[in-house]
Design a protein around this ligand. Structure first.
Ligand code: FMN
Length: 307
């Protein structure tokens, strides 16, 4: 058995694999399928200050080695989460060191701030700020595209955030290294990347786009090499200052180890949970098996070794 524990901003996580937002519910149901105690953390479904019904029309489409989703951040809102889902999450994770990440989205800065304040008054371990959301007051361009816009939202949230703040970056960023640096300058304690890649599909029979919003988010193994390149770049830009959490298309232990060797502190697993509900536990075991076979005793021995 290798030592798979990860120190993330002073909190020791039992493992390097965190279940990614939107792909693992609140983790509660999964306690019957896998041992949540081997996971580093569970990132909640993306929360917004007020409940959201999500998008109309098609929401999911399978593509070669990938998935396109247009869920539209359907969620019960921060207050409902705090009163209902969070206590159940805590019960499901009791006695484990598995962290709770509250993934927070928003359409305007004020909503991000208020949502963050409410979440910081609870016992969640980390705030994961999703800046892929469209800025409704500024033409709908996502906060995570331009470094200046990200800097503004991260800086404002930082002022009210009393928890460790992880900023989850979008692969749509104009320049991923500059974006990572801007988030850290604005006060991010860590960055996670990547969110989904903007994609499109056309329904031939209808002669129309499959998704009402035309574009939707691509994830899964199809994106992994690009995600890995972006994680490499983010580590190069900010890896000396803050932890970088890598994700995008990880489906096996060997995939996860590539992100660690690129310099990621920990990884997240999303789409793989749909094909294999026990993916996070399996991937952790596969990482362990590879490390055992190669005489690697801890992740620190190989983190960033490919650079
Ligand atoms: C159905 C679905 C819903 C998602 N919902 C969220 C969300 O609410 N908040 C968020 O930050 N990311 C969300 N994501 C993005 C994932 O957390 C992850 O960043 C992305 O899918 C890339 O990782 P993967 O290839 O392992 O899935 C969602 C992804 C999928 C597939």
């Amino acid at each position: 058995m290798s030592d798979l524990r990860v120190d993330l901003l002073g909190q020791v996580l039992p493992g390097p694999v965190i279940a990614a937002s939107g792909t693992f519910g609140y983790g509660i149901e999964y306690s019957e399928i896998l041992d949540l105690g081997v996971l580093g953390g569970v990132s909640s479904k993306g929360l917004t200050l007020n409940p959201k019904y999500g998008n109309e029309g098609e929401r999911l489409l399978e593509t070669p080695s990938g998935l396109i989703n247009s869920i539209g951040l359907q969620n019960p809102g921060v207050r409902h989460f705090i009163e209902n889902e969070l206590p159940a999450m805590r019960r499901a994770l009791a006695g484990t060191g598995t962290a709770i990440l509250a993934n927070l989205g928003g359409g305007c800065i004020e909503d991000y701030e208020e949502g963050c304040e409410l979440l910081c008054a609870t016992d969640v371990d980390f705030i994961e700020l999703n800046i892929s959301c469209p800025n409704v007051k500024h033409g709908g361009i996502a906060y995570g595209v331009q470094a200046e816009s990200a800097k503004e939202v991260v800086g404002r949230v930082r002022k009210v955030c009393t928890k460790p703040l992880i900023v989850k970056m979008s692969p749509q960023a104009e320049d991923i290294a500059r974006m990572a640096a801007a988030c850290v300058e604005a006060g991010a304690d860590a960055v996670s990347l990547v969110n989904t890649f903007q994609a499109c599909a056309i329904d031939l029979e209808k002669r129309k786009p499959v998704f009402n919003n035309i574009f939707a988010g691509l994830s899964g193994p199809a994106v992994r090499p690009i995600a890995l390149r972006m994680v490499w770049q983010a580590v190069g830009a900010v890896g000396n200052a803050v932890p970088v959490i890598g994700l995008g298309g990880i489906a096996t232990g060997e995939d996860a180890l590539q992100f660690i060797m690129a310099g990621a502190t920990a990884v997240q697993v999303g789409t793989a949970n749909f094909a294999d509900p026990a993916a996070c536990q399996r991937i952790t075991a596969e990482m362990d098996a590879w490390m055992d076979k190669h005489g690697v005793k801890s992740l620190d021995e190989i983190r960033g070794c490919a650079r």
